[in-house]
Ligand binder design. Structure first.
Ligand SMILES: CC(C)(COP(=O)(O)OP(=O)(O)OC[C@H]1O[C@@H](n2cnc3c(N)ncnc32)[C@H](O)[C@@H]1OP(=O)(O)O)[C@@H](O)C(=O)NCCC(=O)NCCS
Length: 281
């Protein structure tokens, strides 16, 4: 895509070094994107923005999600080019690419303290649709007490979609659910699709989604059930699946976050209070 000042294209493996340089300049040497660059470039959805002179000045990654939405992430603008609408330019480039693929909605989240990013989202026409937090737990460090061990019964049962659709978790997330590192609408059609992928688990009153996003790591989302019992069940199932760590989005809810802490979960620095944005394209 081109406008008078900038042009964009999808990243190639030969761009690796200059993308890493952009990340270091935009965020710092420990930017998590740098260690994931090979894999991200390989997926062919990393959009780069160049100045008229041909310098790499911005980027953002696009991931198609199963519900025909697109997920945006890894937005970076070179410090010398901030505040000049590069974030909106890359959002527009991605939207025009996504529309051709039949995608009608774009989403991403922003940490509540990231003012530049919040401004960039609003200027790009995105609206706030939900609030959440992200927690993780290192399974090696967590011990389940013997009392809890006895209490957690893992007898799989049939999923009750009506119960899930009216659950506290979905209503506190304004009808959205965490799926891997993205969010989708928590409606019947999406739940059935997740179920058909065998990623929907149900034990008694507890139900949750469990997806393997990385090796040894399970990402879950609670759909119904008491917070403590359900988290204990998730820890048990994840261990049985051989995971070394688990993570989840939770509604931004004081009680749920407190219970998760008592079980050894930690709120991630990048996910303490996340604001979910959405735009119809
Ligand atoms: C977030 C980010 C991608 C926005 O990029 P951008 O191309 O500057 O976006 P915009 O031009 O829309 O500017 C957005 C806001 O940045 C702020 N801003 C403007 N000039 C700035 C500057 N020189 N330095 C820092 N921030 C500036 C302003 O609040 C601006 O909003 P305003 O124009 O309404 O005042 C960029 O700030 C960045 O790379 N940040 C570090 C990485 C990051 O946080 N990524 C997002 C993770 S979700």
């Amino acid at each position: 895509m081109e406008d008078l000042q900038f042009r964009s294209r999808i990243a190639k493996s030969s761009d690796h070094q200059r993308i890493a340089r952009l990340c270091r300049r935009a965020v710092g040497p420990n930017d998590y994107v740098i260690s994931r660059l090979d894999e991200t470039i390989r997926k062919k959805h990393l959009f780069l923005v160049f100045s008229k002179k041909g310098d790499l000045i911005g980027m953002s990654n696009f991931t198609p999600v199963f519900d025909k939405s697109g997920w945006l992430g890894m937005a970076r603008t070179d410090p010398d080019w901030r505040g000049r609408g590069i974030a909106q330019f890359v959002q527009r480039s991605i939207a025009s690419y996504a529309r051709k693929k039949g995608i009608k909605t774009l989403r991403f989240f922003v940490l509540s303290t990231n003012t530049s990013s919040l401004r960039a989202a609003k200027k790009g026409g995105f609206r706030v649709v939900a609030h959440g937090t992200h927690i993780t737990c290192d399974l090696k460090k967590v011990k389940i007490t013997s009392r809890d061990q006895i209490k957690i019964k893992l007898a799989p049962c049939l999923v009750n979609l009506n119960q899930i659709l009216h659950s506290n978790y979905l209503s506190k997330m304004n009808g959205y659910l965490g799926y891997g590192y993205a969010f989708v609408r928590g409606n019947r059609a999406n739940l059935l699709l997740i179920k058909s992928k065998e990623e929907l688990f149900c034990y008694g009153k507890s139900s949750f989604i469990l997806t393997t996003t990385e090796q040894d790591y399970e990402e879950f989302f609670i759909l119904s059930g008491n917070v403590r019992d359900t988290l204990l069940k998730i820890l048990k199932v994840s261990r049985e699946l051989g995971a070394k760590a688990v993570g989840s989005f939770l509604p931004y809810d004081y009680h749920m976050r407190r219970v998760s802490r008592t079980l050894g979960f930690k709120e991630d620095s990048w996910g303490k209070h996340l604001i979910l944005f959405e735009k119809r394209i």
